[in-house]
Design a protein around this ligand. Structure first.
Ligand code: GTQ
Length: 345
């Protein structure tokens, strides 16, 4: 409840304002809300439109000059802040044949979810991984990374970073490398070979919170969904939804960003669901629609949409559909702030 205004009160507020003081009772209801209240809005970006703009950007600037040739997905309620949700950043990155996105490192953690192209690479701390559509790739905090493309077609991926979160905490460090490209120090597939088979090296404890697997190939992800589908155990709110996990800890694959893959079979329609983690979705297969509050968004392969905190959401698939998604859920869970509401399901 807001306190009523009187001339005496207003004069008082003005007087203390000069002393860098504010009366709590004038702002309390904006600070402590009965439910999440966010400027973040529901929105969908069609990949086809972004792809055209990216090709145009390819004529304007090289990856080397840009450092990263990325178009930021800005939430319409948070324009000018480089945010897709209050805590997370998303962008679409294009790496065309011959590009070199030079090596750098930063405190922000990054994920890539590959949308199109075939066989461009990223090198993370000396290991190169060749990427395919649907692959989920991690760049841990402070890991050196550069990207390149020795194929004949452009590659596009979704970047998800914890930039706003790190900004909020004033904890950003970054540096460029002397050489644009890192020396490849380990064979391709090394991290998956070591950690991707339910076996862990004995006697070496990494103690890192980010998964040692940095490419979760779509072929494996898709197979996991397909196997699970045979069990026919559908969650009314999510269809079939799996989280990418760190094999060393069983926790999320990244410390600040939770990443998920979900299958909605042809004709499936979910029960309403809401949660405190605003979530970014990328469709990789299939078509359907998502209702967020009162708005309906139609999506197909490679389209991207965002669901703000505590908005009711339902999905409907017209074909077998696969959705990748990410949010700040790991952070909220660790701070005992995460809440979800499954309606009556
Ligand atoms: O690929 O390293 O979208 O540093 C934003 C910042 C991508 C990257 C982004 C980055 C990168």
């Amino acid at each position: 409840m807001a306190a009523v205004s009187t001339p005496e009160r207003e004069a008082f507020y003005k007087k203390i304002d000069g002393e860098n003081l504010t009366a709590l009772w004038t702002v309390m209801s904006d600070l402590i809300t009965p439910e999440p209240k966010s400027a973040c809005r529901p929105h969908l970006w069609q990949f086809a439109a972004i792809r055209n703009y990216m090709m145009e950007a390819g004529q304007l600037i090289t990856a080397k000059e840009a450092e990263r040739r990325v178009l930021i997905l800005e939430n319409p309620g948070l324009r000018g802040q480089s945010k897709i949700t209050t805590s997370l950043y998303a962008g679409i990155q294009m790496v065309i044949p011959g590009d070199i996105a030079p090596a750098h490192r930063h405190s922000q953690s990054a994920l890539r979810f590959v949308l199109g192209g075939k066989g461009a690479f990223t090198t993370v701390d000396g290991e190169r991984t060749v990427m395919q559509p649907g692959d989920f790739v991690i760049t841990p905090s402070m890991a050196w990374h550069d990207h390149g493309n020795e194929t004949s077609e452009p590659m596009f991926w979704l970047d998800g970073l914890d930039i706003p979160l790190v900004q909020f905490l004033d904890a950003s460090f970054a540096e460029g490398a002397r050489d644009d490209q890192q020396k490849v120090a380990r064979p391709a597939g090394d991290s998956f070979a070591r950690y991707g088979h339910n076996l862990l090296p004995v006697g070496t404890k990494r103690g890192a919170r980010t998964s040692p697997i940095f490419n979760y190939p779509y072929a494996h992800t898709r197979e996991a969904l397909e196997q699970a589908r045979r069990r026919d155990e559908w969650d009314p709110c999510h269809g079939l939804k799996l989280k990418f996990s760190n094999p060393e800890t069983g926790d999320y694959a990244m410390p600040t960003i939770g990443t998920f893959i979900q299958l909605l079979p042809n004709g499936f329609s979910t029960a309403r669901y809401r949660s405190t983690d605003a979530t970014v979705f990328a469709a990789i297969e299939g078509r359907g629609r998502t209702r967020i509050g009162e708005q309906v968004f139609e999506w197909g392969p490679r389209d991207l949409f965002v669901v703000p905190s505590w908005h009711w959401v339902t999905h409907e698939a017209d074909e077998d559909a696969v959705l990748f998604s990410f949010s700040d859920r790991p952070v909220q869970e660790k701070l005992d702030l995460f809440r979800e509401d499954r309606g009556n399901a």
